[in-house]
Structure formats: structure tokens, C-alpha cells
Design a protein around this ligand. Sequence first.
Ligand code: ZN
Ligand code: ZN
Length: 233
Amino acid sequence: MPSAWLQRWMPEPPARCAVCGAWPARPLCEGCAARFGQAAHRCRRCALPLPAGVETCGACLREPPPLEACLAAVSYAYPWSGLVARFKFSGQPGWAGEFARRMAAIPGCTEELAHADMLLPMPLAPRRLAQRGFNQALLLARALDRPRTQARLLLRLRETGSQTALDRQARQANVGGAFGLDPLRARELRGAAVLLVDDVMTSGASLHAAARAVREAGASRVAAVVLARTGEA
Ligand SMILES: [Zn+2]
Ligand SMILES: [Zn+2]
């Protein structure tokens, strides 16, 4: 074990697994990736876990969401929640490559990537972006497919408060009108197949609001891929 001093001095030894400490390893060693990265069977429209053999959940059948498809690599739980926090809040944008590999390996993601005319990262409000210094969704989109990633087409028009304390209806109201397209470039969306990219999906209210804005601009198809999905509807 490195001394406490060395750990402080070098808090992120790059060659050690961030979960079990094994080294040498990628940011996540093969063993932890296999143990914690098992793909769950998920609803194709909202990415909530479903029993095998069921394609679409009851909620999505009753009220089809504005996303044609929604893919999630993992559940937002240990160890992913902690790793995402490192990525977003501890200034470790280097996780984008590892996370994007997991997203690209989701069943159906290869097809979504092949069909997409463009990848649109979920935008951050300018103040949030200034605080963090980078948009984690943009890094993921670029790691998935840099040439087709459009960083400044989908815009966040206003800041929304924290969604966590709100119920489903209040969340929808909270993000209504929060997204729009760059008016000088909105025409690029006409007839386009769009893949929205984000790190974590909670209720889906933000992704759905963005999908509606993209649809209104004329996109022919809107799907989404996220790294992690929380368990809530
Ligand atoms: Zn490990
Ligand atoms: Zn569903």
C-alpha cells in the first residue's frame, strides 16, 4: 500500500482499478467490469429493468415516451454512482472513455449509433458548465462518435432547479421549455435521426423535454443512450 502521503500526493494512481484496487488495470479492472457491469434486460422505451421476454413496460405502452428507444448500460448504484461522481465532480473527465465503452456495448447500441445522423449531448446550463469546466455528456458523446457529435445545436434555454425533490408531474413542469435548438442551425434537424447522450437518467423528464424540442425541429427519430439509469419511473 502506498503511504497516506503518497495517496494524497497521487490520489488517482492511473493503473489501479477504482473499485477493488487491483493493478495493473484500466480505470475499472476486467473482474469488476464483469461483476458490476452485467447488462440488465430493460424496457426499450424507458430503460427500466424488465423481466426477460418483455420488450416494453406497461407505463410506456400506456403513454409512449417521446424517445423511440432508450438504452442504459448500468443501474445507478454501487459502484457506478461513485464512479460517475468522480467523473463529474472530482475533475476526472478521463472516465469518459471507459464509460463510453460500456455504453457502446449495450445490446442495440451499435444499431442506434449506425442509424444516427448526429449525437446530441444533453446541454448544461451555462453557470453549471462554468462551475464544472466541462459537460460530461459532451465528453461521452465525443467518446462514442466524435465526428457526429454536435456540441452546440441543442441548447439549455434556462436553468432548472434540482429535480430530486419533485414528483413526476412537477419534474415535467420544471423542465418544460428548458431546451431549444440554435435557431441558426435548427434546420439541420429536419428529417435527421438523433441520438441524445447523457450520463445519468433519473425520471427521464429532461431527456423527454429535449426529445420533444428535437422533434418539433423536424427530427424523424429520437433515441437516447445513457450510462446509468436510476430505478425510478
Ligand atoms: Zn477491480
Ligand atoms: Zn418503459
